[in-house]
Write a protein that binds this ligand. Structure first.
Ligand code: SF4
Ligand code: SF4
Ligand code: SF4
Length: 340
């Protein structure tokens, strides 16, 4: 793996060079009073805090609302118009390792045969620059799902902060090409393997393995435990909307008498309407059965289909759930390792 160093004070020059090369740089910053990834020109606007940015990067690959096509009724005919999606080359800057790993999971879903063209287009234009974590926050549990604060999964370049500079690890050719945009800013460097970097891993408390719990969880499908763990869920959907790997959507038409659009909007298994049948029957009639779907999809069904968990341990769902549902503790409780 190639290693370079980049002086922190030159990050702005690098961003300017990337923009001059036609790339849009998306980094965590304050937008509408929230921390989220937005296109930025000014490096002083970058707001990197310990732990992942509250809003994950996924909205740039899988927008909350996306128009698929529009239509118009004209003289007894229906004219369809494909929506033109214009996508610049994008650089996702300062994602955390859990977020880069989450994009790999979204790739598994959206790029499996047949690929989702809307996602594929955006993804093909994206290069991911990850910042390793020198500090974790208490809600993080990436080690429990087989990742770490220095995991390279899904990254194209991996940065490690050292005093006034970054160590820059070239993980993919796409990443190397970002360095080549302004090679004079990068000095050849040396450093340990990423898993030998002084990360907070040894001090993280939430690392009881949540991998390979799928069979055990599925064996509990009829258990009363789901009532116990799921009854406080409000069905607000925050957990799925902030989750970097959740990918459910609904397709709806919005129209008047003359024209309309067909669009897809984020959806969530915590919502009662998610599984409501036209007959009025709902196979998941209450929040416990909906929360069971969340846990089983993440730790059992996805594992069965794609041989990996659908959780990267970012901890957002636990941190922002208004009633404190903590998926890490809940899976431990369900698998008999800890009672909350
Ligand atoms: S954020 Fe909490 S209350 Fe809201 S749907 Fe998720 S688990 Fe339920
Ligand atoms: S389930 Fe929770 S901890 Fe896991 S990836 Fe989603 S938001 Fe992060
Ligand atoms: S956990 Fe629920 S919202 Fe998330 S991907 Fe699975 S079914 Fe969809």
């Amino acid at each position: 793996m190639k290693i370079w160093t980049l002086q922190k004070k030159r990050v702005g020059d690098w961003m300017a060079a990337l923009r001059a090369a036609g790339k849009e740089v998306l980094a965590p910053c304050e937008a509408d009073g929230l921390l989220r990834f937005r296109p930025i020109d000014d490096p002083s606007a970058i707001a990197v805090r310990p732990g992942p940015c509250p809003f994950p990067f996924k909205e740039w690959l899988f927008p909350p609302h996306q128009v698929l096509f529009s239509y118009q009724f004209e003289g007894g005919k229906v004219n369809l118009r494909e929506e033109e999606v214009l996508v610049n080359d994008q650089v996702g800057l300062f994602l955390r390792p859990c977020d880069a790993a989450a994009i790999k999971i979204l790739d598994t879903v959206f790029l499996s045969d047949p690929p989702d063209g809307f996602y594929q287009l955006r993804r093909s234009h994206l290069t991911i620059v990850t910042l390793g974590c020198r500090q974790a926050v208490p809600s993080c549990f990436c080690p429990a799902v087989g990742l770490s604060p220095t995991s390279l999964e899904g990254s194209d370049l991996f940065l490690w902060e050292e005093d006034d500079r970054f160590l820059v690890y070239g993980v993919s050719e796409k990443g190397d090409r970002l360095v080549q945009v302004s090679p004079d800013l990068f000095e050849p460097g040396e450093g340990p393997e990423p898993d030998q970097l002084p990360s907070p891993l040894p001090f993280m408390e939430r690392k009881e393995p949540l991998t390979n719990v799928g069979q055990k969880l599925q064996g509990l499908f009829e258990s009363d435990l789901w009532q116990e763990v799921g009854r406080t869920c409000l069905g607000c959907g925050i957990c799925a909307y902030l989750c970097p790997t959740c990918h459910c959507f609904d397709i709806v038409d919005e129209s008047d008498a003359y024209s309309g659009i067909r669009c897809r909007n984020w959806d969530c298994c915590a919502f009662p309407l998610f599984t409501l049948h036209a007959s009025g029957h709902n196979p998941r009639p209450d929040q416990p059965s909906r929360y069971r779907q969340r846990v089983l999809h993440k730790f059992a069904y996805f594992l069965q289909t794609f041989q990996q968990n659908m959780c990267v341990g970012c901890g957002r769902c636990s941190l922002f759930c208004p009633v404190g549902m903590d998926i890490y503790q809940i899976v431990l409780q369900l698998t008999g390792r800890c009672l909350v």
